[in-house]
Design a protein around this ligand. Structure first.
Ligand SMILES: [Zn+2]
Length: 182
């Protein structure tokens, strides 16, 4: 891969900031999702260096560089199924499902991202519900405070959504057992 030095630096910074949500390696290919201005999907052929990114540049960009950095640091899942090529995100989520703490981190990052960009609120609600289940599975109670803040902000953006009441009920249901444990 031929990168400008500045692209490599930007990619490394992206990686350090945790913007690479996941990387899946399948054979000689890497697939990833990177949070930039939007969520972008990257595909890299490790043998030829050929790459494509769904950002406006289309490749050879900081998202590709960040993916390579993650790969070099060993931060990737290795998959052996052909379906990765078509459904890389589904494969990544299956791996994350085995590591609830990591899955929760990735979900919270996406949640924060969509909180600022999601006009319908649907993505935020979906990720919120996923995060709650992951709090329950990982036992990471402190993440509930983050989710409470997310809900506050959500209420601020969508004050007339009945959905908020539901999300609040779900939050309380997950919170209750933790409080009993005190
Ligand atoms: Zn890109």
């Amino acid at each position: 891969m031929q990168f400008e030095e500045s692209t490599v630096k930007k990619g490394e910074r992206y990686y350090r900031k945790g913007k690479v949500l996941w990387v899946v390696k399948s054979g000689g290919k890497l697939f990833s999702k990177v949070l930039g201005t939007y969520p972008y999907y990257v595909e890299i052929d490790l043998e030829t260096g050929k790459n494509i990114c769904t950002c406006p540049l289309g490749g050879n960009c900081k998202h590709v560089a960040a993916t390579v950095t993650a790969y070099e640091k060993g931060a990737y899942f290795e998959a052996f199924s052909k379906s990765v090529e078509v459904f890389p995100e589904a494969t990544a989520l299956e791996f994350l499902n085995e590591v609830p703490e990591l899955a929760l981190d990735v979900t919270l990052k996406e949640l924060r991202f969509y909180l600022n960009t999601d006009e319908s609120g649907s993505e935020v609600a979906r990720l919120f519900l996923r995060a709650l289940k992951l709090v329950e599975r990982s036992g990471r109670e402190e993440a509930l405070h983050i989710l409470e803040e997310v809900l506050e902000e959500y209420r601020h953006v969508f004050p007339d959504y009945e959905l908020i009441t539901k999300l609040e009920e779900e939050l309380m249901a997950i919170k209750a057992p933790f409080q009993k444990a005190l």
